[in-house]
Design a binder for this molecule. Structure first.
Ligand SMILES: Nc1ncnc2c1ncn2[C@@H]1O[C@H](COP(=O)(O)OP(=O)(O)OP(=O)(O)O)[C@@H](O)[C@H]1O
Length: 259
């Protein structure tokens, strides 16, 4: 396993935010974490990208406890798109994307030609090349989100941790991002709200409720009407996409508003 969470627990103010979470993500797999608001998805991801120190348990990168690695060392392997990235400075898009190289660059060494091309390629891939000279402070929510994904890519990580990566993205950019993730070969751990996108992109899905893991498995194993009713309190009908066979959830709005 490239990434493993082992009995990961986080407590704050005497309350367990996540409790003894176990999760394995294989090399090149896309693992989704779903669950209601406040169920602990971001908390678990924060432990993986080391914004938060677990109270107990561990995150293992290829078997090594992350806490045994220097921050800079783990940042060469794990890049994150977070929900906390609001405090940007008045940098251009190109500068922000270039910051993704920070774990690889000693001192003030300027980026070399390969790294500059890497940045340009990531900006093209995320459809933000035309914004290269713009201040990030002037971007729309979706543009900023795509810039932050480009920054994570130039980090050349093995593992991408994505907290709500499709936040703010229009439908075209959501699909572009998810099909990129499917083809990029990176190991991905993503918190997702959109269960249909999770079904379409994830190899495995972990379901959290109140800080505890309540199910893991393939989308077909996990995304059942029973589980979704139980965890989210919502009625769904499950159908197969007529062409791709992918699992699609149709929300029963009448059922949801009854009772
Ligand atoms: N530093 C903290 N101190 C106290 N409680 C916290 C702290 N950080 C998070 N929490 C609480 O922990 C719980 C889990 O939060 P978390 O952000 O992990 O949930 P989430 O599943 O990502 O939710 P959402 O879907 O709303 O993004 C929430 O109830 C949140 O209020």
């Amino acid at each position: 396993m490239i990434l493993s969470l082992r009995a990961l627990s986080v407590e704050r103010a005497g309350r367990a935010l996540i409790e003894r979470l176990d999760l394995d993500v294989g090399d090149g797999q896309i693992a989704g974490v779903i669950g209601p608001n406040g169920s602990g998805k971001s908390t678990a991801l924060r432990c993986v990208y080391r914004a938060l120190r677990p109270t107990s348990g561990a995150v293992l990168l290829e078997g090594a406890d992350l806490t045994s690695l220097k921050l800079r060392e783990s940042a060469r392997s794990i890049a994150a798109l977070t929900q906390d990235a609001h405090a940007e400075l008045d940098f251009t898009v190109e500068e922000v994307v270039g910051l993704g190289r920070a774990p690889h660059v000693r001192g003030n060494r300027p980026l070399d030609a390969r790294e500059r091309e890497l940045c340009r390629a990531a900006m093209r891939r995320m459809d933000v090349a035309h914004l290269a000279d713009r201040s990030v402070l002037t971007l729309s929510g979706g543009e900023r989100q795509r810039v932050l994904v480009a920054r994570a890519l130039v980090q050349e990580p093995r593992v991408l941790v994505l907290d709500e990566p499709t936040n703010h993205l229009d439908v075209r950019h959501q699909i572009a991002l998810l099909s990129f993730l499917r083809g990029c070969g990176l190991t991905v751990l993503a918190a997702l709200h959109d269960l249909n996108l999770a079904a379409a992109v994830c190899d495995r899905i972990a379901v959290l409720r109140a800080g505890r893991l309540v199910a893991t498995g393939t989308p077909a194993e996990v995304l059942t009407p029973e589980l979704i009713r139980d965890v989210f309190g919502v009625e769904v009908t499950v159908v197969e996409h007529p062409r791709t066979g992918a699992r699609q959830l149709l929300y029963d709005l009448d059922e949801g508003t009854r009772s």
